[in-house]
Every structure is written in C-alpha cells, then in structure tokens.
Design a binder for this molecule. Sequence first.
Ligand code: AMP
Ligand code: MG
Length: 655
Amino acid sequence: MSGNTTPPLSGRRALDQDQFLAVLSREEALVRFEAALFPASHQNQPASELRPLAAALGLPLSQDIAAPIDVPPFDRSNVDGFAVRAADTAPAGEASVVSAKLNDETIACGTAPGLPVTSGTATSIATGGPVPRGADAVIMVEHTQPAGVSAIEIRRAASPGQFVSYAGSDIAQREVLLRAGTLIGSREIGMLAACGIAQVPVVRKPRVAVLSTGDELVQPGEPLRPAAIYDTNGAIVTAAVIENGGDAIFLGAFPDDEAKLEAVLRHALATSDMVILSGGTSKGEGDVSHRIIARLGQPGIVAHGVALKPGKPLCLAVCDGKPVIVLPGFPTSAMFTFHDMIVPVLRRMAGLPPRPDAQVTARVPVRIASELGRTEFVMVSLVQGDDGLIAYPTGKGSGAITSFAQADGFLKIDALADQMPAETQAQVTLFTPHVRVPDLVIVGSHCTGLDLVTAPLARAGLLVRSIAVGSLGGLSAARRGECDLAPIHLFDEASDSYNTAYLVPGLELVPGWRRMQGVVFRKGDTRFEGRTPQEAVKIALADVSCLMVNRNQGAGTRILIDRLLGGARPDGYWNQPRSHNAVAAAVAQHRADWGMTIAPVAQAAGLGFIALAEEHYDFALVTARKDRASVRAFLEALSSEQSRNALTAAGFTPA
Ligand code: AMP
Ligand code: MG
C-alpha cells in the first residue's frame, strides 16, 4: 500500500498471523449480519414515503391501498345508443318493431341525466354516459331507426343490463385495490389513477452511501498517475445498488488515511441508511476501514473474514441499526460478495422481493476443482446448448475486471465440496438479470486480430461471445460441440507444422492468419537493435544487468523462448506472465529489457521488434455447426477484403 511504510519481514509475519483469526462460514456470517440488522424484536417495516403517482413507478407499495370510490362511479353505457327499459323491448325483432318516444335530452360523456326513462320512452346516450333513472339497458344505435323527430323504432330485444357497466363493477369502493409490496408498473398506475389517487405510499428507497478506499485510486476521466489504477468499484457498486432498488450516493475514493476516512464515514452514516465501501479490508497495516467501523456504532463488526473464495476479507457491520459493509478491493471479489450477500439485505430494505430472473440453471460441462472449506465463486459465461443453457467457467481465480466482459454471472461451489463435477446442473446468479444467448460462440485462444474480424458481425447485430481458455481448452469445447469455432495455434513437433495435427473427426480447419513472433525491446537499445534474434539473445545472456520477461508454461511463445535460450535461465526467467500484452508492458515500463511477443502487440506498444518465427492462428470449425447463419457470417467476414486489410494494418498476415 503506497503511503505506508512497509513493516519489516518479521513484523509482517506477525500481521499475517493476526489476519482473520475468526473466519466465519458464509452462512454463519449471513445469520449474524441479518440478526443484527433485522432483530426479531423489531417490526422491521421498511421506511415509507408518499410519492406523486408518476414518481412511484418501479417502487413497491408500502401499504395496502383500498379503493376510495367505485369504478365506474355510476352505471355507465358501453355503447352509443338509447337507454331503455328492457321489458319494453321484449317483443322487438326483425318482423315486429317496437317504437319508443324519445325523451328530451341527450346524455353525452360527462353529462348527468335530468329526465327519467319511463315505460315506452328512450333517451339518447353516448358511450360512457351515465344511465338515467328508470333505464336498465342500452340498445345500440345500429339496432334502431329514427321514426320522425321524437321517436325511434327498436329492431332487437334488450336483456336487462345489456351494455351497462354497473357502478363499482371494475373496482368496488373499500375493496383492496393493491397489496403492500406490489411493484408499481404502468398497470398499477392506471388502477390508482382510475380511483383518483395522486399520492402513493411507497417504500422509501434506502439511501446507500458508496465510497472507495485506496491511495492508488483515480476516478475515470482523470489522468492515470504511475502505479495508479482507476476506481472500478465506486462505479460498479453504485450501479448495482441502483439496480437493486437503492438510492446510491457515490462519495468518491479516499486515501487510506484513518482520520480523514473516519470523518467521511461518520458523515456517510449520519446521512444515509447504509454505507458500502470497498478496499482496505485486509487486517494489514494500511487497512484502516475496519478499525474505524469498530467504533462507529453498536453492535459494530459482526463478521470480518468470511470463508469465501475470492472475498475472504469481506467485513460486515451494523452500526446503530444501519448496515456498514466493506467489500473486498478486487472488483470481481467485490461483485461476488455484493451480489451474493449484500443484495438480499438491500432488497429487503428496499421492500423488494428476491429477483427470480437473476437466477438461471445451467449445465457446467467441465469439472471445477475447489478449495475445501471456502464457498467458492466461479465466473461463468452462458451459451446455448442443445438441451438448455451451458455455463462455462471463465477467468477463475483472477481478480481481473476484464473477466466481466465475458461473464454473464457466477456460480457457487459449497464450502464442503472439493469440486463441482462435470455435468452439474448449477444455479447461476446473473450480474444483470437478462440473458442474451450469443449467436456465435468462439472458445479458445484469444488474439486481438479476432476483434477485427468480428467487428462487422457485432455491427450487424450478432452477439459474438469469445471465451479465452487457450488453444487446448478451445479444442475440447469444440469436440464437445459447445462452441462454433475454436481459435488455435498449436505447434506439432512431429509434423513441424501448426494446428492440422490436432484436429479430430467432426472438426475442420479454417485458415486464419499468421502472427510474427519475435524479440521485443525498447527502441534504441543497442543490445538488440538491428540484430538477429540469436545474436541479440547471446548478447543479452552475456550482460548480467539485462533482464528478460518470459511466458507461461504451455504458451506457444514459451516453446520459442526456451529453444532460443538453449537451456539458459537468465534473470527474469521466472517472470512468466500469461499474455502477449503483459510482455510488452513489462518491457515498455522498464520492468524487463526483452521478451517475446507478437509483432502487432510490439507495434502497438511502440517497441522494437526482431522477427523470429511465424505462428499460424487458425480456427477449428465444428462441422455440425457449419451451416448456422452466424457461422457463415463469420466465415464471410474472415475472408472479406475489409478484414484482411484491417488484419494487415494491425501487423497480421491473413492466410
Ligand atoms: P485492498 O483490499 O485495499 O488491499 O485492495 C485489494 C486490491 O483491489 C488492490 O489491488 C487494489 O488496488 C484493488 N482495489 C481496491 N479498491 C479498488 C477499486 N475501487 N477499484 C479497483 N480496484 C480496487
Ligand atoms: Mg487498498
């Protein structure tokens, strides 16, 4: 944590041991939190307020609403015609007309009748007009004929009550119109308006103060300082609070400064119903929020350290009746814990029921290993299978916000399970309660070139989901028929060629593009500039101050690096990031002097590049899915002039 002195190693160990001495299970933490928040002795009625009808949309009613009037308020005609006594019309038919004398008034909408309808008479009435005294039915104008100026002939008999809506037949006065808890939609607004209700008692939205903590945080829109990151939690928690019925007030990001943070928290607590902060919840030296919360009010912290993975540092407190929550700093951990443990409490305070549409069932095609003793959250991406939704684990164990881009939600693995077996039907909690199943599913190795090819599909309205699980993972998914295409770049030593050797029946190869792999360095570095890869590496190995950055085991690039190093293990060898971009970033930021990446990435980072070998990035196409419209659209896009030009401009070589 910047701004704080790092304790010496022995001191740090002591701190580590102090961390989360009392880690609670997820269930125990929830029980304690809810018991402190909603004690049985209390009524626990959410706070209520009166809102103008139009401003009540989307809110739950805080009490039952009884109809103050009958609707309609009087017996009303449903048609244009004549109010009559039904008995008078009994003999009427095509062969025998009945004539009636017209009363000297016409009842339009909004006109109260003045004259009764006596036997043998009729009164002209419009749709919506009040039925006059004495009349018990209405004859449609179409079934009558004028007979002089002041009489009509009736050609059809009326039954009593015909075309009359009786007072209170829609809604009877004092009848319960809407129950407490009903969510007000346009239909409910209509019912309330029909009864003349202009002010509606609704559950007052809980005011939720949201703030972030961390010396490293910068708000979006501001320039990024070195070593700083953008405050993600502030924005995402604010939005998620609003999505779940809260009135979010984002206060900003605050440094890990105990005095300042305490002042902000006291203000937040005094002016809102709930406080959610994130970060600084480890029991480390610079992590101050939990120390402040412990003295904000009673009973204080009810759980600090919950057996969640990720999300262990979650801190739950109740200060003088108000929930105060410290979410873990990592955005994905913050979201898991927020959706799983905070949303139910927030919705209860907002008078909202759990969202049934935020849960779906999906089949998990692969086994997921899990740590025993902690409830594990696993981000998943949903795709449509033959027999329902399939949930694909993505970005497991990563704190990366980017894994949100591919994920629709997450599933939970019970603390008592050490795995989730393949083919489990799992409950998935959606981040946004709306599943849009992708039209095209690409599972395998990711490449920035892929976005250039899929861009026109996205513009044409197709939802393309690309899930990065590496070449081998993609091939397995393709073999199981869970994706349309698997992008792969697998070198086969035996045939000295790429990809073809890895195909199995049911898959066919669609050529993609070539990516030049090579040595990346900062421009002007004479150890590399203008040299062959072999020369450059020889010089790098001879220079003890020269630091490399490697790649992870299993990466195609790693094979090339190891070949080039010929068994040497220079300084930096154990730095093994998992992406081409991370290698370029390490070199650009002087954290390493050289590494191996692909030309487009080096080019985009403004780095020097020595070409070494061309790698083939192709697509294993699931033959059975070849004729799907979205697959055809992809293949068309792949071979289009436009994509080929875009790929070439970005530094790739289309096949
Ligand atoms: P902390 O719990 O404060 O130690 O934070 C854990 C990790 O989450 C660190 O890498 C922080 O930089 C990161 N982090 C904390 N708060 C935020 C935030 N609001 N937005 C994005 N990352 C954060
Ligand atoms: Mg922090």
